[in-house]
Design a protein around this ligand. Structure first.
Ligand code: TRP
Length: 452
């Protein structure tokens, strides 16, 4: 293949903005609070943070190492590092995972746009929970509006990806990530100053270890993996654009730190508001689209905060969707030698086609089920329980057992040396601890119901 100059991130901040953008998404704002709420609050949080540091960071580093060492897309990188072996299948699984994730993720992302629009129109005013719940049901079970918003969201994603790494993804995330942080802090301040807010904070931070079931522990690990965007090659792809003078350990720690901070801030934004308004601490996925609008419409300044809130979730979602699309685009561009523009269009259109089926599975196609699940539920299930967990498992096995210690340490040391003791600990985790821990969620997922 002809050697073409590769686009790259301009430096450390660009990488962090893009990778943290990938990590911080619907998982932090839409998924983390309700999973935490259902699994014992503070105790769950503690385990979650432990997994991020002990497992998440080493796996993230593995992905960056694989990407930068090979300078290639998610599939090409395995082919380069382990030629003539079937390891490229992991990369292929990542590309398939990108399709699956983006299809259902763009459904929910589209909903967030509808809710910005409704918030601006004052659509929640004076409505009870029941009404908001039925509004949400009738919106999601419709066809035209949810599909239209999904397509608009995919167009925004595609436009950024067409711009390339430095001029598209880096530029967009450099602006959006600080904006996101400011918006979240603004809503947090509003939420914790509501009377009765302390109860919610206590729920989020006070550990109750009796609630930590085996299932909760597995869910914490699954959520950590999903939230850090590990397991499908998004970070391999981004890793391939990282310059050699960027330190990978520090970068991984900062990205994981930013992701965890934003997950905790989402909790701080949501739980005090729930307790202040006397709502229960648990809530399913409807939390964001039903309970929060109910809260907004009854709190001072709620009109503005509702708009800000739904804008912030869409921004968080957009910085993630671009990284998923980039996995597919980098693959097609490099393996089939087509232009970025063409790859982006082909990728986006085919993902949107599957995405529309996910969106319609709340209405028109709700009776069309496979293994008893609608297409949306199946995609959600497959991504969290199959693709991401097995992806992460094989990625650490590859790094620990195939790539070789010397290669791994050599790549890690480019851009900043790490101490030999630390290197030994990291290798130990990647070789033994991470595969065992991730292997147990992968297997547990088949036996424990409702692990997503
Ligand atoms: N991390 C994203 C979130 O928290 C979702 C996600 C999971 C993702 N896997 C990914 C994003 C892979 C990009 C690439 O919402």
């Amino acid at each position: 293949m002809a050697i073409q100059p590769r686009d790259n991130f301009s430096g450390k901040f660009g990488v962090i903005a893009a990778a943290a953008g990938s990590a911080v998404g619907l998982g932090n704002i839409w998924r983390f609070p309700y999973i935490t709420g259902e699994n014992g609050g503070g105790a769950f949080l503690l385990i979650y943070v432990f997994f991020v540091i002990a497992i998440g960071v080493p796996v993230m580093m593995s992905e960056f190492v694989i990407g930068r060492r090979s300078g290639s897309n998610a599939l090409g990188s395995f082919r380069k590092l382990a030629p003539g072996t079937p390891w490229w299948l992991i990369g292929l699984m990542g590309i398939v995972a990108a399709f699956v994730i983006l299809s259902f993720y763009s459904t929910v992302s589209g909903w967030t746009l509808e809710y910005i629009f409704q918030a601006i129109n004052g659509g929640f005013a004076g409505k009870s929970m029941e009404q908001l719940n039925s509004d949400f049901g009738s919106f999601t079970s419709g066809s035209f509006r949810p599909v239209l918003w999904q397509i608009i969201f995919m167009i925004m994603t595609t436009v950024i990806v067409i711009g390339g790494i430095q001029k598209g993804i880096e530029k967009a995330t450099r602006i959006m990530m600080p904006v996101l942080l400011i918006l979240i802090i603004a809503v947090c301040v509003r939420s914790v100053t509501l009377p009765g807010a302390t109860e919610g904070l206590r729920f989020l931070f006070e550990p109750h270890f009796e609630k930590l079931t085996f299932k909760a522990v597995l869910m914490a690990l699954g959520q950590a993996a999903f939230s850090l965007s590990i397991g499908m090659g998004a970070l391999i792809t981004y890793g391939s654009y990282i310059r050699k003078d960027t330190p990978l350990l520090a970068t991984s720690l900062q990205v994981a730190g930013a992701d965890t901070l934003l997950a905790i801030l989402s909790g701080v934004m949501i739980f005090p508001a729930l307790s202040a308004l006397g709502m229960g601490n648990t809530g399913g996925p409807g939390l964001v689209f039903v309970t929060l609008p109910a809260i907004f419409q009854s709190m001072p300044g709620g009109y503005i905060f509702a708009i800000v809130f739904f804008i912030l979730i869409s921004v968080a979602a957009l910085t993630s969707t671009i990284s998923v699309l980039e996995v597919v685009v980098a693959y097609m561009k490099e393996e089939f030698n087509i232009s970025r523009f063409k790859a982006s269009l082909i990728g986006a259109v085919s993902i949107t086609a599957l995405g529309v089926v996910c969106t319609l599975s709340f209405g028109l196609l709700k009776d069309f089920t496979i293994f008893g699940m609608t297409v949306f539920d199946l995609m959600n299930y497959l991504s969290a329980n199959v693709f991401l967990t097995f992806g992460a498992l094989f990625i650490v096995i590859f790094t620990g057992w195939k790539l070789g210690k010397l290669n791994f340490i050599d790549e890690l040391n480019q851009g900043g040396k790490i101490s030999p003791l630390l290197a030994r600990i990291i290798i130990f985790i990647i070789k033994y601890v991470a595969p065992l821990a991730i292997g147990s969620i992968a297997i547990g997922a088949f036996f424990i119901d409702g692990l997503t």
